[in-house]
Design a protein around this ligand. Structure first.
Ligand code: M6R
Length: 359
């Protein structure tokens, strides 16, 4: 049941420290990453990684894709519903990674089937043990977030992103052309603290007040660059999904190429800054602010954007690889509180289903 919480979504947001501890459990040892069924050498033949996913899982896949690229792996991230028209060629040295909470999303299953028919090797990154994706793929890695009831994916996004970051290190250690992160020890050490950081944030968050202050707006924009780009897109998806308000997420640098025309005093901009490519976000946020838009900086208190922002959602200082996940938790809370104030049926938004089993 929901226990002390009004909604499953809020319960699942608060469950993230536990979910993340389970995701990480036993997978980092002496600075190395280990996955149960995938020992060292498992990925030695891989030359290209292709991630396929939908919705929130696609945003986690984007996060993972950037880390894979930074590790020197040829990587592509494809919206599963557009697989036929947008995916590049695959062969037996391609690893197709299906990122899917339920393991039952028709578009994602279909994309993996197409890729494996063309000779690719497949891996499911999923939450549901024994799901179709897990059964059909050559291998499966479980994100171990525990059951998620709310239609809006929350804790599973965080656990997916962490799993993909760990998988990146695992693959990079096997593939000769790839290079595991130079500061990997620091990064993995910070990962151990991630559940505590989420706990701290949940205790001191300003999200409810902020949602209240901004609720009369016309549109809500979310921007970010680098790793924060996927966080911005995810923030907007969550916001529209449960509040029914108009929300859009953009790469920071895209704002001036069109969306800026929509920017007014009634369109707050959530600017996600996590220490990766933030300069672009700052410049573009200030540009929007000069057109009257209130800026909400989502990032560490000592970030340069915080000095000029109209409001802040503060995120504990951590390694840039994890900071975006903390920013995302703050955005989940803003969406939740906004939807709650609007009286929306948060756990079952209109027209949506927890898993989309039709194409
Ligand atoms: O079960 P999956 O992860 O494959 O589901 C993919 C999307 O349908 C899902 O993430 C959807 O976007 C969520 N409702 C977002 O909160």
């Amino acid at each position: 049941g929901k226990g002390e919480y009004d909604h499953y979504m809020l319960k699942e947001i608060h469950n993230q420290p536990t979910a993340l501890s389970n995701t990480i459990e036993g997978r980092v040892e002496n600075g190395d990453v280990a996955f149960e069924a995938l020992p060292a050498g498992s990925f030695a033949e891989i030359e290209t990684v292709q991630l396929v996913a939908c919705g929130t899982s696609y945003h986690a896949a984007m996060y993972g894709a950037q880390l894979l690229r930074e590790a020197g792996l040829r990587t592509e991230v494809v919206r599963a519903s557009e697989y036929d028209s947008t995916a590049g060629p695959v062969d037996e040295n391609t690893l197709v990674v299906a990122v899917t909470q339920s393991g039952e999303t028709a578009d994602t299953l279909d994309a993996v089937r197409t890729a494996t028919d063309r000779g690719a090797r497949s891996l499911a990154v999923t939450n549901v043990v024994g799901s179709t994706a897990a059964r059909e793929a050559d291998d499966a890695v479980y994100i171990r977030a525990g059951p998620e009831v709310g239609v809006a994916a929350t804790k599973t996004y965080s656990s997916q992103a962490v799993t993909l970051a760990l998988l990146t290190q695992r693959i990079a250690a096997d593939v000769p052309e790839a290079t595991p992160a130079a500061d990997r020890e620091e990064m993995l050490a910070e990962l151990e603290h991630l559940p505590d950081y989420v706990d701290q944030m949940l205790e001191f968050t300003e999200a409810a007040e902020l949602a209240d202050d901004l609720l009369d707006s016309e549109s809500y924009f979310f921007i970010g660059n680098g790793l924060s780009r996927s966080v911005a897109l995810e923030g907007a998806l969550k916001f529209k999904e449960i509040t029914y308000e108009h929300a859009e997420g953009f790469a920071s640098g895209q704002l001036k190429h069109g969306p800026l025309a929509l920017v007014t005093e009634a369109s707050p901009i959530f600017a996600v800054v996590t220490g990766d490519g933030d300069e672009k976000t700052k410049t573009n946020a200030i540009e929007a602010q000069s057109r009257g838009a209130p800026i909400v900086a989502v990032g560490p208190d000592d970030h340069a954007l915080v000095d000029v922002a109209d409001a802040t959602l503060s995120v504990p200082d951590t390694h840039p690889v994890w900071a975006g996940l903390l920013a995302n938790v703050q955005l989940q809370l803003v969406s939740y509180h906004a939807a709650d104030m609007l009286g929306r049926p948060i756990d079952k938004p209109r027209n949506l289903a927890k898993s989309v089993t039709v194409e």
